[in-house]
Design a protein around this ligand. Structure first.
Ligand SMILES: CC(C)(COP(=O)(O)OP(=O)(O)OC[C@H]1O[C@@H](n2cnc3c(N)ncnc32)[C@H](O)[C@@H]1OP(=O)(O)O)[C@@H](O)C(=O)NCCC(=O)NCCS
Length: 174
């Protein structure tokens, strides 16, 4: 079976249902479930800037024309410099079909084209093999382990820090 056609596009009002689901359905997001979130926050944020902010944005991952999940990028600051941290969550039906790595490679292309950053980072966990493989296929490299950086599911967990630099090789045919 060939991989679905992947496209990134801005959030529309119809996508807010999916945002609310990720905020209120335990476990839908996967290993990163951190408890219930304000279900009205997505509508407020969408009304403010359509989820495209200067420091923090969300975008929809479409697969074969259907909203399959969302991605985020937010600014990190080091002295006078800025770089991005990105994240992704696909709905369960769309996982494991070659969408995640393609979408992450496409977002890198987008951010390196439209912003002058040199570095994009992404953090995952030891248990999240799918995200580790997906990041590696999208051209990211593991930098190291942030010890006990995040409280999730009753315990402090290590973060596996990945990055892709503008000068790193671009993966073939994302
Ligand atoms: C993590 C996630 C984005 C990965 O995207 P995906 O579309 O499922 O992954 P892909 O199909 O692009 O797979 C990329 C690679 O990972 C491998 N992979 C995918 N799912 C896997 C799994 N459950 N276990 C082991 N390997 C897996 C694939 O085989 C592929 O490698 P290959 O080409 O060498 O075979 C997606 O599963 C997801 O949204 N999960 C829930 C939310 C989440 O965990 N987000 C990341 C938070 S840090």
């Amino acid at each position: 079976m060939s991989a679905p056609e992947v496209r990134l596009r801005p959030v529309t009002e119809n996508d807010l249902v999916m945002f609310r689901r990720f905020a209120t359905e335990p476990g839908l997001i996967g290993l990163d479930w951190a408890g219930f979130r304000d279900a009205q926050a997505p509508a407020r944020r969408f009304a403010t800037d359509g989820y495209l902010g200067v420091d923090d944005s969300r975008i929809i991952v479409e697969a074969d024309g259907t909203a399959a999940g969302l991605m985020s990028w937010s600014a990190r600051v080091a002295g006078v410099s800025r770089y991005w941290e990105m994240g992704i969550a696909l709905l369960p039906d769309w996982r494991g079909r070659g969408i995640g790595w393609r979408a992450q490679a496409m977002l890198c292309d987008y951010l390196f084209t439209h912003t002058p950053v040199e570095r994009i980072q992404a953090v995952t966990h030891a248990e999240n093999i799918a995200e580790q493989r997906s990041l590696e296929k999208a051209g990211f490299r593991l930098e190291g382990v942030l010890r006990s950086v995040e409280f999730l599911a009753g315990q402090w967990r290590d973060g596996w820090m990945y990055s892709r630099l503008r000068s790193d090789p671009r993966p073939p045919n994302p």
